[in-house]
Design a protein. Structure first.
Length: 576
């Protein structure tokens, strides 16, 4: 049977049951109404007329004219309302005796006879009411029985329809949905079997045809898929970087030769096993999967460097863990299918970086001797005992002196940088006097401030006297920040140095009133060799980078806030 026919039959049967129940209920209600209406019209009215006649009969002695008129009126109405057997004879007796009473109103015997006649008439109607009430009760009982039987049958039919009809439609849909999911999982051997000639049967035939064609296509493409898999495996094995692939259950899918050489394991000890089981007996693998096993470990922004001895040589590797998420065909959300662990060999770059650092250190150190000689020569030229210089010569000497100071500063910064990179910088952290430190920094930069008519003010909280820091390195950082503030401030402005205690730290701040730093450059000012585009001030771009290294090496922090047109404020904090 077709689905549409089933639905029409089920809904139509329910509709028919509703109509049958409605008709039965309406018919029985009509019968009950008819029975009760018959009692009211036929018998109740007679009882009412009889009562009125009795009352009138009692008032004949006191109000003869009114009572006789009222009696005659009700008697006439009763004559028109004869509905029961024997009621006509009783009414005639009342009429006959009332006629005799009109002739002799004082006859008490006639009044008694009339009362008896009226009582007989009332008794007849009371008996009729009782009989009709029984008929109405019988009708009501029949109505209850018939409607109950019909309602029960309708409920049973509706219940059967509710159980069978949805399942006849939903079960094939559920089975078809399950089969479609199997096909989506590439289980092309899945088939659907529906009995009957419904639309589901036709759908099953079409589905099975599609599955057969997909199975045939999949088997015909299997050879190409295997060749593609071999090609990818060969490509991974020939990569110079170590590569380990795991699935969503952390089972090792593949590992290339470079990873085997670094870990010292064999392929059969790796592939097909849970990587946490491999890590139990291998320290390197344990370090590699530390972030995978314990998600609480925060990932660093910069790749983590690993130092590994391979074939008796120290090598450096960058570790990177990539999550593999794919978007299945026909779905809206991506699905996690595994991870790839990569180790990039950066040993050549590390060696080049080390060579660069050594070169910078050597060149900077070698530069200091000739620069010092140039400084000594300039000082001798400025000495009047050597001879007087004309104005042009004095200008040249001043220019040479400024360039020499600048070269000496650059050389010092490069030496500090090489020390930081090689890790040989030594810190002498001890309690240092803050006031003495600031006064020496101001003295060193006072000449440059006077040239631009800049006032340097400083304020130290009364409860702050000492800071636990390397005096020379911290003075260098503060001097570098003050020097930059002078360089980038407007003439006739002010620079404010504030020192205050913040919990267990001492917070230094240097505020200038220059142009300020644009927001997109705030996170780059501490980067090596970075200079804000458009600035005309001289510099190597190393001062703030070295300052950051010095402060962080002492366990502190450094930051900057700036507002265009209002100036910048540099902060750094150290232990109190």
């Amino acid at each position: 049977m077709k689905i549409k026919t089933k639905l029409n039959a089920g809904v139509g049967l329910l509709f028919l049951m509703i109509i049958i129940l409605s008709v039965l209920g309406g018919w029985f209600i009509y019968q009950l109404k008819k029975d009760t209406q018959n009692i009211l019209v036929a018998n109740y009215n007679t009882l009412q007329y009889s009562r009125n006649m009795l009352l009138s009969l009692e008032e004949i002695d006191t109000q003869p004219a009114f009572a006789i008129k009222e009696f005659r009126k009700n008697l006439t109405l009763q004559s028109r309302n004869i509905t029961e057997s024997g009621e006509k004879e009783a009414t005639r007796n009342i009429i006959s005796h009332f006629s005799d009473l009109n002739k002799n109103p004082t006859d008490q015997h006639l009044k008694s006879v009339i009362r008896k006649d009226i009582t007989e008439l009332m008794q007849l109607n009371m008996n009729a009411i009782q009989i009709k009430s029984g008929i109405a009760n019988t009708t009501a009982e029949n109505a209850i029985a018939v409607i109950s039987i019909a309602g029960t049958l309708c409920f049973l039919i509706a219940f059967i329809l509710m159980i069978n009809l949805p399942s006849n439609i939903a079960n094939p849909i559920r089975e078809l949905t399950f089969s479609i999911h199997q096909i989506a999982k590439q289980n092309y051997r899945e088939r659907v079997r529906f009995e009957g000639n419904s639309e589901f049967g036709e759908l099953a035939k079409s589905f099975n045809t599609m599955a057969e064609k997909l199975q045939e296509y999949s088997e015909s493409r299997l050879d190409k898929i295997l060749k593609g898999k071999k090609r990818i495996e060969t490509l991974i094995d020939n990569m110079h970087d170590a590569v380990i692939g795991i699935d969503e259950h952390r089972k090792v899918l593949f590992v290339n030769d470079e990873a085997l050489k670094i870990s010292g394991l064999k392929k059969e000890q790796f592939v097909g096993k849970l990587i946490q089981d491999v890590a139990v007996g291998n320290d390197l693998v344990r370090d590699l999967i530390r972030e995978i096993i314990d998600p609480q470990i925060l990932k660093k922004n910069e790749p983590e460097l690993l130092k590994i001895f391979v074939e008796g040589k120290e090598n450096y590797f960058e570790k990177e863990i990539l999550d593999i998420n794919v978007l299945p065909t026909g779905e809206d959300s991506k699905r996690f299918i595994g991870q790839v662990i990569m180790l990039r060999n950066i040993t050549p770059f590390k060696e080049l970086d080390l060579a660069k650092t050594h070169f910078m250190g050597t060149v900077s150190h070698e530069f200091k001797t000739p620069i010092s000689s140039i400084q000594m020569g300039v000082q001798l030229l400025e000495n009047e005992r050597i001879g007087n210089l004309n104005d042009e010569q004095q200008k040249l000497v001043v220019g040479i002196k400024e360039d020499t100071v600048r070269l000496l500063k650059i050389t010092g910064e490069l030496l500090n940088l090489t020390q930081l990179e090689t890790g040989v910088v030594q810190l002498n952290i001890r309690p240092s006097e803050i006031n003495k430190m600031i006064e020496s920094v101001i003295a060193a930069n006072q000449s440059a401030a006077d040239n631009k008519q800049i006032i340097i003010k400083f304020k130290i909280n009364q409860n702050v006297e000492l800071v636990n820091a390397d005096y020379e390195k911290t003075s260098w950082v503060l001097s570098n920040i003050v020097s930059n503030a002078i360089r980038y401030s407007y003439e006739n402005s002010m620079i404010e140095i504030n020192v205050e205690k913040d919990n267990d730290e001492v917070k230094f701040s240097v505020k200038d009133h220059g142009y300020g730093i644009e927001e997109q450059y705030l996170d780059k000012v501490f980067t090596r060799y970075f200079r804000i585009p458009g600035t005309k001030a001289d510099g190597t771009g190393l001062g703030l980078s070295i300052s950051k290294e010095f402060i962080e090496a002492q366990g502190g922090s450094i930051s900057v806030k700036s507002e265009i047109g209002a100036g910048s404020t540099f902060y750094f904090s150290l232990k109190a």
